[in-house]
Structures are given as structure tokens and as C-alpha cells.
Design a protein around this ligand. Structure first.
Ligand code: BV8
Length: 229
């Protein structure tokens, strides 16, 4: 059985990573749409850089939770039949042991050089304008997909949605496209669809089944059920 799992901020909530909604759409006093845009970066680069520097630094203080660990266990059981597409920019799936993870909105631990377009692993701050390790230009930005920018891996994602038997959405409000449309694409190709979320999402109506509760409980139970435990 080929499975595509889409994760959102809700899967990292129990790890202590605030979601966009829990912050009432505010991040350190900013509306995410006002900070996570190319225009914001152009007009107030240091505000945007600090917004991501703060979130990057906060990764050191959080750990994967049982939901991340259950998805890593599922990958160990079914390997290439599982693809995790995450909207999250944290590294908790990887730290839980998942390898087949596609960060469609980029990653905090990566920087993008707008001069040479190189993606470079990055753990420190960017607000102090370090030079690009490859070309030396002072042109590094967060390697994050902002509103109005094209998500990473769309060809790979659409191909996986076309070929999957089961699409599972975990911890996302279904507010942002194109991710919010994946359930309808999967269903149109004949996949079964399951939502695991704390509360009904904007896309719940499109799922064959919705289970409500914390990911830390629902995801391990679902993986156990799937693996016949
Ligand atoms: C694009 C990275 C073209 C940055 C993010 C009008 C109509 C439709 C679309 C648009 C429109 N106007 C503009 C658009 C397009 C726009 C969009 O969708 N806007 C929205 C606001 C309407 N989208 C874009 O611009 C995208 N690009 O469209 O390009 C294109 C398209 C296709 C192909 C080619 C070209 C790019 C969007 C990417 C923006 N970047 N993140 C950063 O992180 O700073 S978005 C960010 O918010 C997340 O990545 C995520 O995608 C999104 C929503 O966040 P969630 O993960 O869902 O988190 P949220 O807080 O909202 O919800 C948490 C959920 O978890 C809740 O449901 C809650 O109940 C649940 N939960 C909480 N705790 C738990 C839990 N569940 C389980 N257990 C728990 N413990």
C-alpha cells in the first residue's frame, strides 16, 4: 500500500513548537502573512531575518514527539511506499528518524543564496548578514517558501498523490494552498483519505474519515492499526 502523509504545524505542537493558529496568526507580534512574504523581506529584511533566526534557535530546545516517531516507525516498516510531505520547516521528522521527508515550504536549517541560488545547511543566525559559503555574496535568506512563492517538490508531490492508495493529513488547518488541495487531488486518483487533527480543518469535508485528537495519541494508534499491532 502506497501512502502519502501531509503534515502541518499541529504534528509539532506537542513538541512545544507553536502553530500558526495557536499564536492567533501572530508570531512575536507579526501576522505570518506580513512576515512570510518576499515583499516583507524586501522592505524589512532584518525583521524577517530575526523572525526566522528566533525560530531556528528555538529548534535546539524541542524534541520529536510520539507522532514523529510513529511516522519514522512506519517508514522502517514500509520504506519507499511512504512519503512524508511536510509544510513544517522544523527538523523534527528527521530527528525522529524519518528519511523520506519532502519539505515543500523549505527548512529553517537551510539558507538560500539569492546571488548563486545555492541552498546551504545553516544553523546560526542570518540577521548579521554572513557571506554565502559558495560565492561570498552577502545574499543569504531563509530557505523558506513564502506566500506567493512556488513550493518545493511539486512535481514529485503530484506524482506521489497520483500513485498513492492512502492520503493521510496530520495537524494542518487546510488554510494554505496548494497543500490544502492535496486531499482532493488524491481522492480524484482513487486514494482513500484520512485526517488526523485536533479539530476539524477547513478541508475536513473532503476526507473519507476524520479522527479528532492530539497527534501524539492518534498517529501512533493509526500506525499500530496499519501494521496490525
Ligand atoms: C503558491 C513557510 C503558486 C513559512 C508557509 C486565495 C485563495 C487560495 C490561495 C491563495 C489565495 N491567495 C493567495 C493564495 C496562495 C497562497 C495561499 O494559500 N494563501 C492563503 C493564506 C489563502 N499560497 C501560496 O502563496 C503558496 N504558493 O500558491 O504558489 C503555485 C501553486 C502551486 C503550484 C505552483 C505555484 C505558498 C504558501 C507557503 C507559505 N509558507 N510556511 C513559515 O513557516 O514561516 S505557510 C504555513 O502556514 C505553513 O507552512 C502551512 O502551510 C500553513 C498553515 O499552517 P498549518 O501547518 O496548517 O498550521 P496551522 O497553525 O494553520 O494549523 C495547525 C493545525 O493543527 C490546526 O488545524 C490545529 O487544530 C491542529 N493542531 C494543533 N495542535 C495539534 C493539532 N493537531 C494534532 N495534534 C495537536 N497537538
Amino acid at each position: 500500500m502506497r501512502i502519502v502523509v501531509l503534515t502541518g504545524a499541529g504534528i509539532s505542537a506537542e513538541s512545544g513548537v507553536p502553530t500558526f493558529r495557536d499564536a492567533d496568526g501572530l508570531w512575536a507580534g507579526h501576522r505570518v502573512e506580513d512576515v512570510a512574504t518576499p515583499e516583507a523581506f524586501e522592505h524589512q529584511p532584518e525583521v524577517v531575518q530575526r523572525f526566522y533566526d528566533t525560530r531556528r534557535a528555538a529548534l535546539a530546545a524541542v524534541e520529536p514527539n510520539p507522532a514523529h516517531e510513529a511516522l519514522a516507525r512506519l517508514e522502517r516498516a514500509i520504506g519507499d511506499d511512504l512519503l512524508v510531505v511536510t509544510q513544517n520547516i522544523d527538523d523534527l521528522h528527521e530527528r525522529a528518524g524519518s528519511h523520506r521527508v519532502l519539505h515543500m515550504h523549505g527548512a529553517l536549517l537551510s539558507a538560500l543564496c539569492v546571488a548563486c541560488r545555492e541552498q546551504v545547511p545553516w544553523t546560526g543566525d542570518l540577521a548579521d548578514q554572513p557571506p554565502c559559503p559558495r560565492c561570498g555574496a552577502v545574499a543569504l535568506r531563509p530557505d523558506v517558501v513564502w506566500f506567493g512563492e512556488i513550493p518545493y517538490g511539486m512535481d514529485h508531490i503530484l506524482e506521489a498523490l497520483e500513485g498513492c492508495d492512502l492520503f493521510v493529513s496530520i495537524g494542518t488547518s487546510g488554510a494554505v494552498y496548494p497543500a490544502a488541495g492535496f486531499v482532493q487531488a488524491a481522492a480524484s486518483y482513487g486514494a482513500r483519505t484520512l485526517e488526523l487533527n485536533l479539530e476539524p480543518s477547513e478541508g475536513s469535508v473532503y476526507f473519507d474519515e476524520s479522527r479528532l485528537g492530539p497527534a501524539g495519541e492518534l498517529v501512533p494508534a493509526w500506525v499500530d492499526q496499519l501494521l496490525g499491532r
